[in-house]
Design a protein around this ligand. Structure first.
Ligand code: ZN
Length: 164
């Protein structure tokens, strides 16, 4: 049996470790369940998706992803200072916490806490990884063909994916 290569319409399981430029490990799947995603459906950052294309199960790769192909450049204008009381009463606030607000079209818009003051909170629409070069060490665990239903939904079903 020939091994399937990663392409649009495949379901891919990877183990990965994400390291930042300064060497800190930001995230890893090693020691837990692999990350399973639908390739070609923007389930993962575009730069990583692009560099995984063509790999087969068992392959190991090092993928450096610049901000433009990762979580975007940091936009200093994407910050806002809001009153502390705009947040739910009793809510503990910490830098890095994510909230959802409504975007212009009514769609959910993620927002992160940047600084917490006594009466004011600085929030940012920039992803915490914005402006960072991402360094992924990846091992491909499994590649299979996506089902028609997974293709229609744009995500993976079953182990490591959606259950519904
Ligand atoms: Zn689904």
């Amino acid at each position: 049996m020939t091994q399937l290569a990663i392409a649009d319409g495949t379901v891919v399981s990877i183990h990965y470790t994400l390291t930042l430029e300064d060497g800190t490990v930001a995230d890893t799947s090693v020691g837990g369940e692999p990350l399973t995603y639908l390739h070609g459906a923007a389930n993962i950052v575009p730069g990583l998706e692009k560099q995984l294309t063509g790999l087969k199960a068992g392959a190991k790769a090092q993928a450096d992803v610049p901000p433009g192909e990762g979580y975007g450049e940091y936009d200093p204008e994407g910050e806002e200072v809001v009153p502390r009381k705009a947040f739910p009463k009793g809510q503990k606030l910490q830098p890095g916490m994510m909230f959802h607000t409504q975007g212009e079209g009514g769609e959910p818009q993620p927002l992160w806490v940047k600084d917490v003051g006594e009466s004011e909170v600085t929030v940012t629409y920039n992803h915490p990884m914005a402006g960072r070069t991402l360094r992924f060490a990846v091992e491909v665990v499994e590649v299979r063909k996506a089902t028609r239903e997974e293709m229609e939904h744009g995500h993976v079903h079953g182990p490591g994916g959606h259950h519904h």
